[in-house]
Design a protein around this ligand. Structure first.
Ligand code: IPE
Ligand code: IPE
Ligand code: MG
Ligand code: MG
Ligand code: MG
Length: 292
């Protein structure tokens, strides 16, 4: 996926930031904050997953809009996740989190705007350089895909349950799976499905792709849990345990999590029918077995 990585480099996101939240007058703290967030890097795995899937279905560049939109929704989710009223995290991507660099109200608004603007990106006719245009039907399917994944049936539900279970010792392993499949799986499922839509996949293929992405997103969050108490992630260290978060670490060791992650990943790859010859295969392996 190296050519796609090169296409979707940090400069591309900076360009998106400057286009959607320009630094020109009127000066706006919210737009400054959006540019700060969008140019903060991150691994951009959702974007690459989307582009990789569009490539899998034969039209890599058509995935660009979906890639940008899903990264914007993801960025908003992180900005709100870090707020004092949620996870209260001061660090994100190796820098002060948005509300620390700006203010709580600005971070709140920047998150709102990133979420909303993501849907302009999906349905914008003219904006994207290197993009292949999407049919109106594909745009509509994409808007539905991302809104379902982000809202009260997807990521927001997951975050709600995450907050609800915090400090509750009676939660079970199946509770944590439900939380993770929603708070992280849903958006990863949408990333994959947006790529499939852009690549011209059938409705059946889009569904299968979403299920695959969801399973991979669940594993991605397992690994995130296992890395919470190591340094070098660009985030604060050991906060899940100190805040009484419901994570896989509440039930097993980091090694056991990795073993489980391996099994779940293999199962997802088999079900989707992705073989090692496909370039998405090693992308998925690197994504879920990352060390930081
Ligand atoms: C962090 O996501 C939050 C989770 C859902 C695990 P990432 O690990 O993808 O964060 P960035 O975008 O690389 O910073
Ligand atoms: C976040 O999960 C999932 C989101 C929807 C933002 P975490 O709270 O574990 O993510 P980090 O560890 O802060 O990145
Ligand atoms: Mg959280
Ligand atoms: Mg958090
Ligand atoms: Mg975490």
């Amino acid at each position: 996926l190296q050519p796609l990585r090169d296409l979707f480099d940090l400069n591309y996101l900076k360009f998106v930031a400057e286009t959607y939240c320009p630094s020109r007058e009127p000066r706006s703290p919210t737009r400054d904050c959006m540019r700060y967030v969008l140019s903060g890097g991150g691994k951009r795995v959702r974007a690459l997953f989307c582009l990789g899937m569009a490539d899998f279905y034969g039209a890599p560049r058509a995935g660009l809009r979906g890639a940008v939109a899903v990264e914007m929704v993801h960025a908003y989710s992180l900005v709100h996740d870090d707020l004092p009223l949620m996870d209260n995290d001061d660090w994100r991507r190796g820098r002060p989190s948005a509300h620390r660099a700006f203010s709580e109200v600005t971070a709140l608004l920047a998150g709102d705007a990133l979420l909303t603007d993501a849907f302009s990106v999906l349905s914008d006719e003219h904006f994207f350089p290197w993009d292949q245009s999407l049919s109106i039907e594909a745009q509509l399917l994409s808007v539905k895909e991302l809104s379902m994944a982000a809202g009260s049936q997807g990521m927001v539900l997951g975050q709600d349950l995450d907050v609800f279970f915090t400090g509750q010792s009676s939660a079970s392993l199946s509770d944590v799976e439900v939380v993770h499949r929603h708070k992280t799986g849903a958006l990863m499922g949408a990333a994959a499905a947006l790529g499939a839509i852009a690549g011209g996949a059938t409705l059946r293929e889009i569904h299968r792709t979403r299920q695959f992405g969801l399973a991979i997103g669940h594993v991605f969050q397992l690994i995130d849990d296992s890395l919470d108490d190591i340094s070098g992630t660009g985030k604060s260290c050991g906060k899940d345990a100190s805040q009484g978060k419901l994570t896989y670490r509440s039930f097993m060791s980091a090694d056991e999590i990795r073993k489980r992650a391996k099994g779940l990943t293999q199962q997802a790859l088999d079900e989707f029918g992705l073989t090692p010859e496909n370039q998405l295969f090693s992308f998925i392996r690197d994504l879920v077995f990352r060390e930081h």
